[in-house]
Write a protein that binds this ligand. Structure first.
Ligand code: PEP
Length: 252
């Protein structure tokens, strides 16, 4: 089954509104001729509507870095899935390890956020990954199994067509360490078979599984050459338009 690759940029808590507009505008120009690939950028919530204008009518899609699962209400400081969608986003990154580590996003909370995204027609990018300690203790598959099963608990197959999975080993995020191709290959194959066991083979074959963790122009081609890698979630290297474009354009 052919899966269109997705290269997604997570801008984290970087860039003011004008800075986000500038980078997005550069990216639109650089990516004009890119075909057969989905490109997404996730600026801060504050910049979403601004960047939506910059990427309008281009081949660059927009995503949020998080969302809150309630529809609306007295939840000071939070932003709902519907608000994100109305601001122009199509994707929502959910369960990023920085959310899990610094903001208490548990698998149960991640599950509520996934459901909220799906109910609004946002494509969720469910982030999963083990810490270095968990890998050293031989618990990688156990952890991934729980993050996927709990994150998707109670969600039925029909609702899941737009799911994207992002394998991001915590020890590789923002550290400059990249998982080697054998490690990535092993985990991505495992995740596809896990999705098959949880749902169906047809579904598992259709889901895009991204790799994330210190992806840069120098390593992207090797990572994208792995059979079950369908794209990348890029943090630091997505902040500069030229560098991010060199990742997107890895094949040329
Ligand atoms: C990320 O933020 O999802 C990420 C993978 O970051 P980096 O590319 O900087 O490791």
């Amino acid at each position: 089954m052919s899966r269109i690759p997705l290269i997604a940029g997570n801008w984290k808590m970087y860039k003011t509104g004008p800075e986000a507009i500038e980078t997005a505008t550069q990216l639109v120009r650089l990516c004009t001729d890119v075909q057969d690939m989905d490109i997404m950028i996730a600026p801060t919530m504050l910049s979403l509507p601004l960047v939506a204008q910059s990427v309008q009518a281009s081949n660059i899609k927009l995503g949020s870095q998080n969302l809150y699962f309630e529809k609306e209400g007295a939840f000071t400081g939070e932003v709902s899935a519907a608000m994100i969608k109305a601001a122009g986003a199509q994707y929502a990154i959910i369960g990023h390890s920085e959310r899990r580590q610094f903001f208490g996003d548990t698998d149960a909370l991640v599950n509520k956020k996934i459901r909220a995204a799906l109910s609004c027609g946002l494509k969720p990018i469910l982030c999963i990954g083990e810490t270095e300690e968990q890998r050293d203790a031989g618990k990688t598959f156990l952890i991934l199994d729980k993050q996927v099963s709990d994150g998707l608990k109670g969600v039925v197959l029909d609702e899941l067509t737009d799911l994207v999975l992002a394998y991001e080993p915590v020890w590789a995020i923002g550290t400059g360490k990249t998982a080697d191709t054998l490690q990535v290959d092993e985990v991505h194959q495992y995740l596809r078979s896990l999705l098959e066991n949880l749902f169906s083979k047809t579904f598992a074959d259709s889901v895009r599984i991204l790799y994330g963790g210190s992806v840069k122009p120098a390593n992207v081609a090797d990572l994208m050459g792995i059979k079950d890698v369908d794209g990348a979630l890029v943090g630091g290297a997505s902040l500069d338009a030229d560098t991010f474009f060199n990742i997107i354009n890895y094949n040329s």
